[in-house]
Design a binder for this molecule. Structure first.
Ligand code: ADP
Length: 385
């Protein structure tokens, strides 16, 4: 069996680890031989994720195509599907991860809980004063397509600024999704995996912490009320079924005083699920491969009561990553996962996961190792290392 992965970043790289364990072959479609997964994969096609010729070469070598990221050309993938190429998740589901406006429309039609919002496509008239009256200030304006890690999310305080932001998106041909600014108590992520026949499994819901739209840590069980966590998990399963995803799907949610609302979907292994490599019987990467190949799913049970996963970022000062790794591994319980990237300020370089009996202990151990690897502690976060 050979899986073709569109994109060759860290997610593809980590998929390769589990593919190797299962004896599954993988070909990656990489922009450059330096991409994280191109460094470790034995079969690499060099092309952009939207390049038809490159995708056709990938498809000709593989039984199934899956994805490392969602910056793809849906129409092109749908054409390949129509010719018989197996794409998992199918484009009928993938579109709700590629386009946030389509996701809001689909989930809204199913009465799922979401922030109040409006969708304004290029060419449509809009009145930012009326939008502010309807949704309240500040407004959260999002690019419906192409954003990630908070790029493409703009929080604006006043009508003229909102007008410029929406107009700029429209000039670039991008639909604007305009949302109320939700008063968030906690950010959560549910993680589900689904086979083509509908068999599903889900992992326990995690609490995530973002700074400037970028995930910094993932905690389990965090401070979540178990009933809220169960509700989020049920929403995750409901959405997976509704849209017919195949593979792993992450669903980001906000817990608010008046209940849960859905933020967005990702249809591939997700940063909020990296903890499963060390804290679950089956990792999200392995179960993603199993699902897209229509193999029986593995158990999603926890291997410990508490898990903390902290992302590693480059800091302002240059570091010797080899020496930093030596220091980080001094934290004996730390599982260090590095993505093969050279350090640059603000660049996500890897993550550290620690599992154990106690939430505070695993969190501080994970941060200690991440800090040893050069990760700056954001001023917004309280961390005792
Ligand atoms: P991306 O696709 O770039 O990850 P998201 O839509 O997930 O963007 O938004 C990034 C972060 O911005 C979220 O994790 C959350 O902290 C914040 N955010 C997004 N939408 C809202 C909203 N409607 N109200 C308040 N905060 C929001």
């Amino acid at each position: 069996m050979r899986v073709g992965v569109i994109g060759a970043g860290q997610l593809a790289r980590m998929m390769l680890e589990d593919a190797s364990t299962l004896g599954i072959d993988v070909t990656v479609l990489a922009e450059s031989p330096d991409d994280g997964a191109a460094q470790t994969c034995t079969d690499v096609v060099i092309a952009s994720a939207t390049d038809e010729a490159g995708l056709r070469v990938l498809a000709s070598r593989c039984d199934v195509l899956t994805l490392d990221h969602e910056l793809v050309d849906l129409d092109l993938l749908a054409r390949l599907e129509a010719e018989g190429v197996v794409v998992r998740p199918p484009t009928t589901a993938l579109r709700y991860a590629v386009d946030k406006a389509e996701m809001r429309r689909r989930l809204g039609a199913a009465d799922l809980p979401m922030p109040a919002h409006r969708i304004v496509a290029p060419g449509e008239a809009f009145d930012t004063v009326a939008l502010g009256d309807a949704l309240g200030w500040p407004l959260v304006i999002k690019a419906a397509r192409g954003g990630y890690d908070g790029r493409g999310v703009f929080v604006v305080d006043a009508a003229p600024e909102a007008h410029t932001t929406i107009a700029e998106l429209h000039t670039a041909g991008i639909t604007a999704l305009i949302e109320e600014a939700v008063a968030i108590d906690h950010e959560l992520a549910a993680l589900v995996v689904r086979r083509p026949d509908g068999q599903m499994a889900s992992w326990p819901v995690v609490e995530t912490a973002q700074v400037d739209g970028v995930c910094r840590e993932v905690l389990l069980p965090g401070v979540l009320d178990p009933t809220v966590a169960d509700e989020a998990e049920a929403i995750g399963r409901q959405v997976a079924e509704l849209i017919g995803v195949v593979g792993v799907m992450a669903i980001e949610l906000f817990a608010t005083a008046s209940g849960l609302v859905i933020n967005e979907l990702a249809m591939r292994p997700h940063n909020s699920g990296h903890w499963t490599q060390d804290g679950s019987v089956t990792s999200q990467f392995e179960n993603h491969l199993r699902a897209v190949l229509d193999l029986p799913l593995g158990s999603t049970s926890l291997t410990a009561a508490a898990v903390a996963s902290v992302n590693v970022f480059g800091g302002d000062d240059p570091i010797d990553l080899d020496e930093a790794l030596r220091m980080a591994l001094g934290e004996a319980n730390a599982h260090v996962h590095l993505y093969g990237k050279s350090p640059r300020p603000g660049r996500k370089l890897g993550h550290v996961t620690v599992v154990g009996d106690d939430g505070d202990t695993v969190r501080s151990a994970a941060w200690s190792a991440a800090v040893a690897l050069g990760t700056p502690v954001p001023a917004e976060m309280e961390v005792a290392t």
